[in-house]
Design a binder for this molecule. Structure first.
Ligand SMILES: Cc1cc2nc3c(=O)[nH]c(=O)nc-3n(C[C@H](O)[C@H](O)[C@H](O)COP(=O)(O)OP(=O)(O)OC[C@H]3O[C@@H](n4cnc5c(N)ncnc54)[C@H](O)[C@@H]3O)c2cc1C
Length: 455
């Protein structure tokens, strides 16, 4: 039986490990923390909202998907303001294929570690060093490194051609909170009758979004993420040291910059019994080379955040890692008795980059940049036409549907026309008319985002 080692017990590593175990490989998972420590001694890596296709991939590999308990988001709602005080566009749509949910990655990891042990795989608790990685690679037919953005990731060279940035573009805050309705009534002004992921984009200061969440002990609740542009008025939490302090900072931001959500979110508190229910920091969006070599020149293969690090803005990082795990498991199985060598690793990675990884990465980065002409066309048309809004939001699940239009104006016009079932001009004009109406309302009533005609 072929032996495969996976180093790293996050959602990408554990998913690949279970998939390979179920496919009949002798699997060893190395984790620097026990399942109990993952659950109780640190924060989750991120929110990790997963869209529909990712959850389908997880289900196919045979892991617990939590769909009987999680709190699904069945809609997306976006407020866009070029700058504070200039509320311009609100777009929303139910999502169908993309419908998904976020489950605490600590719960995912610990559940899968137990599944691996009961299914006959080896789970070794050890913080793997580069020297140990060399030994592990010598003992296995294939070694995957899924240790996230830190530690062993630096063995994999940054791909300077594909990595767009050399540092974080936003300073992030995340908190998991209670006291927000989880029965679909929480955001009545946003998408009535639905549980939306709620995005707020400000061109000048940054973004924030509210995500329905399944916490390891609290169960259904909400996960709030702030993305501050450097030195903007959102950039207030770099020194925060506790969950209470972080939630207070986020409350203040909501009150000032998302007044439309204040009624829903004014009573937020950290979830119970979890001092680690928050995060702050930044992610440098990075693509790394897929293969690194250990001291004795053995090739090892990167997976998850070790391969691709995403800013959370488009909710793509966890999904990309999970789909990469599924793609790699399929490729390994398809390889049969063929060599699992460096050529196989490079070719498989390129296939994944073309099919999903590169597209997800580049789409996500577009969201970090000021709106270009194509972005304006799509956003305004989505404001004017529900078909365009629906297709755009489904693109978070399938970023490949956003290509080539994301980089090609003629293709973007065609994409808008197809989505609206009419001409791109008509969809765009409808959006512009709504913008003018909204600007008049802003002048007369002091608020445009009222959501009375959202869905
Ligand atoms: C604020 C925020 C919000 C986010 N929101 C979303 C979202 O909505 N949707 C989405 O898809 N993605 C999102 N992401 C990204 C997502 O959370 C990550 O991409 C994903 O969780 C990474 O999983 P991973 O398994 O690759 O790495 P990790 O979760 O970092 O796991 C790595 C594991 O390896 C272990 N390890 C590390 N070093 C060693 C070692 N030397 N030896 C043994 N074990 C080791 C660690 O203990 C850890 O368990 C978000 C990220 C952030 C920061």
């Amino acid at each position: 039986m072929r032996r495969i080692a996976i180093v790293g017990s996050g959602q990408a590593g554990t998913l690949a490990a279970v998939g390979l175990m179920n496919a009949g490989y002798e699997v060893t998972l190395y984790s620097d923390r026990t399942a109990d420590a993952i659950m109780n001694e640190g924060p989750p890596t991120g929110t990790a909202f997963l869209f529909g296709d990712t959850i389908a991939a997880e289900r196919r590999l045979g892991v617990e998907t939590f769909e009987d308990r999680a709190l699904p988001a069945d809609a997306i709602h976006l407020n866009f303001s070029p700058k504070v005080g200039q509320e311009l566009v609100e777009v929303s749509s139910p999502i169908d294929q993309g419908k998904g949910y976020a489950v605490d990655v600590r719960l995912m990891s610990s559940t899968r570690m137990a599944q691996l042990e009961s299914g006959g795989a080896n789970v070794v608790i050890e913080s793997v060093t580069p020297e140990r990685l060399d030994e592990i690679a010598s003992e296995n037919d294939l070694t995957l490194v899924a240790t996230g953005k830190g530690t062993l990731a630096s063995m994999f060279e940054r791909d300077a051609t594909r990595s767009v940035y050399d540092g974080p573009k936003r300073y992030l805050a995340m908190a998991i909170v209670k006291n927000v309705a989880t029965d679909g009534t929480g955001f009545p002004n946003r998408v009535p009758g639905h549980t939306p992921v709620g995005f707020n984009f400000y061109g000048d200061i940054g973004e924030f979004f509210w995500v329905p969440f399944y916490h390891k002990t609290q169960g259904k609740c909400w996960n709030l993420v702030i993305e501050a542009k450097e030195a903007s008025p959102l950039d207030t939490y770099r020194k925060v040291k506790s969950a209470d302090e972080m939630v207070e900072k986020i409350r203040a931001i909501i009150k000032q910059y998302a007044a439309w959500d204040w009624e829903t979110l004014k009573d937020i508190e950290p979830v119970d019994d979890d001092p680690h229910c928050w995060l702050r920091g930044g992610v440098a969006p990075t693509v790394r080379r897929p293969v690194a070599h250990t001291e004795s020149k053995r090739a090892v293969w990167s997976l998850g955040d070790t391969s691709f690090a995403f800013d959370p803005i488009g909710g793509q990082g966890g999904g990309c890692g999970a789909r990469q795990a599924a793609y790699y498991v399929d490729a390994i199985v398809d390889r049969g008795d063929g060599p699992l060598d460096e050529t196989f690793m490079e070719e498989t990675y390129e296939g994944f980059y073309e099919q999903h990884g590169g597209r997800a990465y580049n789409f996500n980065n577009v969201l970090l940049e000021p709106l270009d002409a194509i972005g304006k066309l799509v956003l305004i048309s989505a404001f004017g036409d529900k078909g365009v809004a629906s297709r755009f939001f489904e693109g978070f699940n399938r970023p490949d549907d956003l290509y080539p239009m994301i980089k090609d104006k003629a293709a973007a016009r065609q994409w808008v026309a197809e989505a609206s079932g009419g001409s791109w001009r008509a969809a765009n004009l409808k959006g512009l008319a709504k913008i003018i109406k909204g600007q008049l309302r802003l002048k007369t009533k002091g608020r445009h985002f009222t959501y009375d005609d959202s869905v």
